[in-house]
Design a protein around this ligand. Structure first.
Ligand code: IMP
Length: 191
């Protein structure tokens, strides 16, 4: 079975390939010659995942899945959520996003937050969503240097380490994306 994963991010592809069964051949956007920017214009994480999968299905004719992730902070009405990558502005980097979040949470007692990943799969015209959630909290200063995005300030429930202090394997075992990918893998194995 061939499936397109609607991403150019080779780290994500490796992570997914390690979890999906061997009978599934993954093609990336680069592999199918899709170099256009798929604009993430939906206002929900689910909507953006669907929009990306649908774009590939409709324009390239491949069965496809796409993921979208956001960090939802309770004290901020679940912001930055769908805007996580551009919280501090359209071309903001992770450092700017982290600093904006730490500032917004200055003197805030409730530090609870969760990462949410939604994977949208479109096969034979049918859509299916898989959601992975990792609950935790935002600490008040950065710790650790691996990972990406908000990893240095997020500590998952049941852990004392930030995601940036964990090995990729330890993070994947409990992370939002790991959970969503394992649900996708279980579904594809059933079929
Ligand atoms: P994407 O949908 O996977 O591109 O994620 C959107 C944004 O959420 C990223 O740019 C990061 O800022 C943040 N993010 C997603 N996944 C993670 C993660 O595992 N750790 C930290 N930040 C993440």
């Amino acid at each position: 079975m061939t499936l397109v994963f609607a991403t150019h991010n080779s780290d994500k592809v490796k992570e997914v390939q390690a979890i999906l069964p061997d009978f599934i051949k993954i093609l990336t956007l680069t592999d199918i010659g899709c170099f256009e920017d798929i604009h993430e214009t939906a206002n929900t994480i689910e909507g953006n995942a669907l929009l990306k999968a649908q774009y590939v299905y409709e324009n390239f004719g491949y069965a496809c899945f796409a993921d979208d992730t956001g960090l939802e902070v309770s004290a901020l009405n679940n912001e930055p959520g769908v805007f996580s990558s551009r919280y501090a502005g359209e071309s903001a980097d992770s450092e700017a996003n982290i600093q904006k979040l730490l500032k917004a949470l200055e003197d805030v007692q409730d530090r609870s937050a969760q990462f949410k990943t939604v994977i949208a799969l479109i096969q034979n015209g049918e859509k299916k969503l898989f959601t992975g959630i990792c609950k935790g909290r935002i600490i008040s200063e950065k710790k650790g240097s691996s990972g990406f995005g908000y990893d240095p300030i997020f500590v998952a429930e049941g852990s004392d380490l930030t995601f940036a202090q964990m090995t990729p394997e330890a993070k994947n075992a409990i992370s939002h994306r790991g959970k969503a990918i394992r649900q996708l893998a279980a579904f594809l194995k059933e079929g």
